[in-house]
Design a protein around this ligand. Structure first.
Ligand SMILES: Cc1cc2nc3c(=O)[nH]c(=O)nc-3n(C[C@H](O)[C@H](O)[C@H](O)COP(=O)(O)O)c2cc1C
Length: 148
């Protein structure tokens, strides 16, 4: 099995509040657990950043579905690679809502998804960013409100 990881940013066509994000996550997690897809979805200032990892062809199928979704546009793949291991094993899609002031990405990293410096730092420091996200997200953000 080839494990693939894709990272993209996109622009939300409508403003997302917590409820909208939860609805989207609820739907996504259902599909992702069937396909053994893991990752994290971040939202800030009208932009999404999503990290998706899983079996190559299943990630491919998912990215095609996501690309056709009218809830966002301006999708930019910022990284697409075959990888040895998952950064978010067991997360059918964690959610980091960066509108929440208690959450900032990692100290010293800009958290504007569209800033090229952010993208460079994120890619350079991905394992560190992943471990920071692991430590700082609540159970609800990782697994969804239905899990306790
Ligand atoms: C920002 C964003 C992230 C999404 N993430 C996922 C995801 O991780 N998994 C998933 O199955 N669908 C995700 N979706 C929803 C898909 O685009 C699609 O609606 C869903 O997979 C159902 O596919 P279908 O409409 O072709 O039946 C996401 C949509 C958006 C706008």
């Amino acid at each position: 099995m080839s494990l693939r990881r894709i990272i993209y940013t996109s622009h939300a066509t409508n403003e997302y509040n917590k409820r909208d994000l939860l609805d989207l996550l609820h739907e996504s997690r259902g599909y992702n657990s069937i396909d053994n897809i893991s990752g994290v979805l971040m939202y800030r200032d009208g932009y999404f950043l999503q990290i998706i990892e899983g079996e190559d062809s299943l990630v491919d199928d998912l990215v095609k579905r996501i690309a056709n979704d009218t809830r966002h546009d301006d999708i930019k793949i910022i990284n697409d690679a075959l990888v040895e291991q998952r950064l978010f094993p067991g997360w059918s899609m964690g959610c980091a809502d960066f509108e929440d002031p208690t959450l900032s990405l990692i100290p010293g990293i800009s958290n504007e998804f569209t800033n090229p410096q952010f993208i460079d730092d994120l890619l350079d420091r991905l394992p560190e960013v992943a471990s920071y996200i692991h430590k700082n997200l609540t159970k609800e953000q990782i697994y969804g409100a239905e899990a306790s």
